[in-house]
Design a protein around this ligand. Structure first.
Ligand code: UDP
Length: 325
């Protein structure tokens, strides 16, 4: 029997990382998860601990990473990923994108592993080109509240290309657009859990600004499929992975409101600083190179996610955002 592929996933206890662990386990791989648990949650991977081919290391990837044995793939998904996290843990956000990526690349080089990094649509900042193609260089404010994340991801791409070009490391760069689904943190401030949490608690739905800003939401299963295909491709330049189905935040709030039987009111709050006005991936590259496009429409994805949040214990609905130190 062929030897199992050995896959390292950073941010394994997080939203995307945990779904990737599931996928690679299903593909018959030996999965090594790493997480420092500042925003991750062990409950997301609880079901994997009993498996012989899953191991977990509680570790901060901004520090030197030691893994014994061979590695075939590294997926670097560790990072705070919510604007309210960036404000509370700006330095960790920068470090995991910069030093964390560098450590993973050094490990990939030493192990001759192929590495995929989770970059972000945030490299486009508040985009002046719409929809966003991979060729667009972006419009980022480096010193704004989101700058710590945006610039960490831009540096991540830069150092990844440098290791690819200079050291010949096999690398892949996914630019991930807004993704949602089960295992998001209800209290993480992202719009999907924020709105669903509000309707489940019977509170008003808080739309920031006038709600004319747009996002394009991708269901997590589609994202995982795109990542899986990109990893197995031979394309080293960045590839957008997202769902081009664009919607204004006001219309999105109305869709979520319907789920609650229209009990919640929509109220307007100030727009956060540097909140991008529009965001929609051009996914022609992913279509051509990977034969990939999203399959799950928002109606279905939102229903699955809503049911997941609804199934959580009632106290989860009232958890305050984590206080970091
Ligand atoms: N948003 C909102 N109400 C909320 C939380 C977020 O209207 O309670 C808006 C936010 O201003 C942004 C969009 O939803 O325009 C998506 O926000 P999120 O933090 O999920 O992701 P990002 O801004 O990084 O795309």
């Amino acid at each position: 029997m062929a030897q199992k592929k050995r896959v390292l996933i950073t941010g394994a206890a997080g939203f995307l990382g945990s779904h990737l662990c599931d996928r690679f386990i299903r593909e018959g791989c030996h999965v090594i998860g790493i997480d420092n648990l500042i925003t991750g949650n062990l409950q997301n991977i609880e079901h994997l601990f009993q498996l012989e081919h899953f191991e977990f290391h509680h570790h901060d990837v901004s520090k030197f990473i030691h893994i014994s044995g061979e590695l075939d793939y590294i997926l670097h998904f560790a990072s705070p990923a919510s604007p309210i996290d960036y404000v509370k843990i700006p330095i960790q956000t920068l470090k995991v994108g910069a030093m964390g990526t560098m450590n993973c690349l050094g490990l990939a080089k030493a192990k001759k592993a192929r590495m995929l990094v989770a970059s972000s649509s945030e490299v486009y900042g508040d985009p002046l080109v719409h929809p966003q193609t991979e060729e667009y260089w972006g419009n980022v404010n480096p010193v704004g509240p989101r700058g710590v994340y945006d610039e960490a991801k831009r540096y991540m791409e830069s150092i990844t290309m440098a290791y690819h070009n200079f050291h010949g490391v096999a690398t892949r760069i996914a630019r991930i657009f807004n993704t949602y689904g089960p295992r998001m943190r209800l209290n993480d401030g992202r719009v999907m859990p924020a709105f669903v949490g509000q309707v489940l608690r019977g509170e008003n739905i808080t739309v920031f600004g006038d709600g004319s800003q747009t996002r394009s939401f991708c269901f997590v299963d589609d994202l995982v499929e795109g990542i899986y295909r990109l990893l197995h491709s031979d394309y080293a330049m960045p590839v957008n992975i997202g769902n081009p189905d664009e919607i204004s935040l006001l219309d999105f709030a109305k869709e979520i409101r319907q789920l609650s039987g229209e009990r919640s009111e929509i109220v307007f709050k100030p727009l956060p600083v540097d909140d991008p006005k529009q965001r929609q991936p051009d996914i022609n590259k992913a279509k051509q190179l990977l034969g990939w496009e999203p399959k799950i429409d928002r109606k279905e994805g939102v229903r699955i996610t809503y049911n997941y949040f609804k199934s959580l214990p009632a106290e989860a609905l009232y958890l305050q955002p984590k206080v970091f130190n």
